[in-house]
Design a protein around this ligand. Sequence first.
Ligand SMILES: *Cc1c(COP(=O)(O)O)cnc(C)c1O
Length: 376
Amino acid sequence: MNSRLWLSPPHMSGHEIDFINEAFSSNWIAPIGPHISGFEADLKLYLKQNNDVVALSSGTAALHLALILLHVGPGDEVICQSKTFSASANPIVYQGATPVFVDSERDTWNMCPILLETAIKDRMSKGKTPKAIIAVHLYGMPYKVDEIQAISEHYNIPIVEDSAEALGSTYKGQHCGTFGDYGIFSFNGNKIITTSGGGALVCSSQDRKDKAIFLATQAKDQAVAYEHSQIGYNYRMSNIIAGIGRGQMLVLVDHVQKRRENFKFYKEKLSHIDGIAFLEEPESFYSNRWLTCVLLNDETEQERLRMHLEHDNIESRPLWKPMHQQTVFKDAPRYINGVSDDLFARGLCLPSGSNLTQDDLHRIVSVIINYFNKNE
Ligand SMILES: *Cc1c(COP(=O)(O)O)cnc(C)c1O
């Protein structure tokens, strides 16, 4: 049996263990310590926009805190991109609010600005101005930042930028994660850098950062005894985990480059095939190419190719199933144009790890070419 090729496995630099050892030798085995502020500073420097960064236990926790800081509460509505992973939408429900799903456009596969405006107007006509917009840079491809931002400003509805998959991506030269009122990153095991599990909230001011840390560390008021005037959360990143993050930051630039090379390789070797299409970068969009995804002719082809790859012990996966198709959100309002349904039916994510070797890539490509030759 050939060795298993995964979609997006962890890829350590080798330096993580030094940071972990440092945490052990200094006994900072806690959700406080120098690696946490160090990791936050590394991220802030990387993002270049002077935003403040809060290291948290997950990307989901970061989204939840963003909604709390925007005062989303019971009875509110929050607009969310339908084509995404469920973690983008779940925190809306944690707050007792209702998600309103908006479909995608074809150029980036992300939230359609035209449909977003339709949705906002329609919700307003029903007496419900949405409290926030959760827009996602899916698979690392930036959403149409200018268009979405203009709508957000026009209707005065803040943006929570789900950049979980887009660390290293840029739009007009500016880093994804720094555009929204709040931005979030994930360092889960499958992301472009991983801390095993972890996330970050990007804030536009020190004051917002202080509030986020307060909420993430059980909302203890300034007093000698523990006193509470608000509900708190246990969402802070631990110092050990932050050490892994510091080690990963040393190779983030390389990881982005390697993932982009994966995309280029697949495109060079496969784009001559009738029946495989790639998502191109529109001008001034720069994707970290977290996952390389291809579009096939139809659902049957998608499943057959997936099985063909699986037979060779190669993992691939359909694109995210849209939230408006999920049972758990069956009652949520939605504004649908058919794009995300089509992408879900025909799209397949290919192995995209930064640790894929040249041999691995050749192996995957030859299995795919073999599939199309057989079918001719
Ligand atoms: C991974 C992911 C999240 C959640 O991040 P966690 O760190 O796993 O909680 C949220 N949104 C998107 C789009 C993701 O891919």
